[in-house]
Design a protein around this ligand. Structure first.
Ligand code: GLA
Length: 381
């Protein structure tokens, strides 16, 4: 059964008629620009054709009643700060409600059922998809769409900070809200200026290889990486690493550890790589794009230390197979590699990756072709 039909059936079972309104928002990929967002650098993400979808209907009370099809659990909560639900999945929705209310917006009681096909823990931002789906939906339903899209992304980000314990940047929520079919978004995380780049690489496909090693950013050292960057910026007397060149970093090695130095070095190099990739893409120079992707992987693995054995294995394997570019994607500590694969190698590379990964780790990775799609939206009938 299609996702929308399934949600409609379960909604009618749980909450009766009439039907509610349907909303969806997307997971994301990021071609390059990892861990640069919270350093006010550039990122280059796009929304994908994997979504979280929700049916929502006001219920005339001050309670939210929500059923998650995938988790097969029900939660119910009020809209005041003291009403936070205990289930971690429900806290995302509670957080969105609270962040809208804190900004002076309106949220009243509603019933909702949601489901999704964004793989969890794969680095594809299923949580941003969930946040953006509800931020968009509740803005449409209770606020006449008066909250602009920038604020919707920030509402998702603040939900992570204040209700989910992840001190993330803005990339995931921005991509999920602003995503546009067949386009990547070059976003400057300093002032949120952005540009859409048409993305249809000739003779290549983007492929995700999901190691199925799960990470949970909350318990991972993600927040610690951010603290390292902030320590270096502070020691150098600047607001963020955006303002630091490699020469400046190398000239001033006082006030932070060697480990912090390596973290900062990676971020400074990565920030330039995003611009190099955007320019290369405009010229159709995929070899340059791929080279930068491998460099990012190396930096994330050796200097930023957010990779893991399985992902290093996949990126190395890609190189051995002649794949144009490959790197770990997202926050790290598990999840996917993103691969820019020549059409002629596509099937062979996937078969080899499955076989060799399975031989070494005892399970096959999941493989997804990436289709760049629209972000948050209301689904018309
Ligand atoms: C996670 C965070 C993002 C970003 C990436 C790394 O996905 O949510 O804000 O920092 O990691 O680029």
């Amino acid at each position: 059964m299609e996702m929308k039909d399934k949600i409609a059936t379960v909604f009618a079972e749980k909450f009766g008629k009439p039907a509610g309104t349907f909303y969806a928002s997307a997971g994301r990929i990021n071609l390059i620009g990892e861990h640069t967002d919270y350093n006010e650098g550039y990122v280059f993400p796009g929304a994908i054709d994997k979504v979280i979808m929700a049916e929502i209907r006001p219920n005339g009370t001050d309670k939210v009643r929500v059923f998650s099809i995938d988790i097969d659990e029900y939660a119910e909560f009020g809209l005041e700060e003291k009403d936070a639900p205990s289930q971690s999945w429900a806290r995302y929705i509670f957080g969105i409600c609270r962040e809208i209310i804190k900004r002076g917006g309106t949220v009243k009681g509603f019933d909702t059922v949601f489901a999704g096909n964004v793989p969890l823990g794969a680095g594809l931002s299923s949580s941003a998809a969930l946040e953006s789906c509800f931020a968009f939906g509740l803005n449409d339903m209770f606020n006449d769409n008066k909250i602009d899209k920038f604020e919707l992304a920030k509402i998702g980000q603040s939900t992570e900070h204040n209700y989910c314990g992840v001190n993330c940047g803005i990339m995931d929520q921005f991509a999920s809200v602003f995503g546009k079919k067949d386009h990547l978004i070059r976003l400057d995380c300093r002032d949120l200026s952005y540009e859409y780049f048409p993305f249809a690489p000739k003779g290549h496909k983007l492929v995700l290889i999901d190691s199925r090693v799960k990470h949970e950013l909350k318990d991972s050292p993600y927040n610690k990486r951010r603290e390292s960057c902030e320590r270096v910026a502070k020691a150098l007397g600047v607001k963020s690493l955006r303002d630091v060149s490699l020469a400046e970093l190398n000239a001033a090695r006082i006030g932070f550890s060697d480990e912090d130095y390596r973290r900062a070095k990676y971020v400074i190099e990565e920030k330039d790589r995003v611009l190099t990739v955007c320019a290369a893409l405009e010229r159709g120079d995929y070899d340059e794009v791929g080279k930068m992707m491998y460099e990012t992987h190396e930096g994330l693995s050796k200097d930023y230390e957010v990779s893991c054995e399985e992902l290093d294995f996949l990126a190395n394997l890609a190189k051995e197979c002649g794949v144009t570019g490959s790197r770990i994607m997202g926050g790290g500590f598990g999840g996917c590699t993103i691969n820019l694969v020549p059409d002629s190698l596509h099937d062979g590379f996937i078969a080899t990756a499955k076989e060799k990964f399975n031989a070494k780790y005892g399970h096959e990775p999941m493989v997804y072709d990436v289709i760049i799609s629209d972000g948050a939206r209301r689904l018309e009938d």
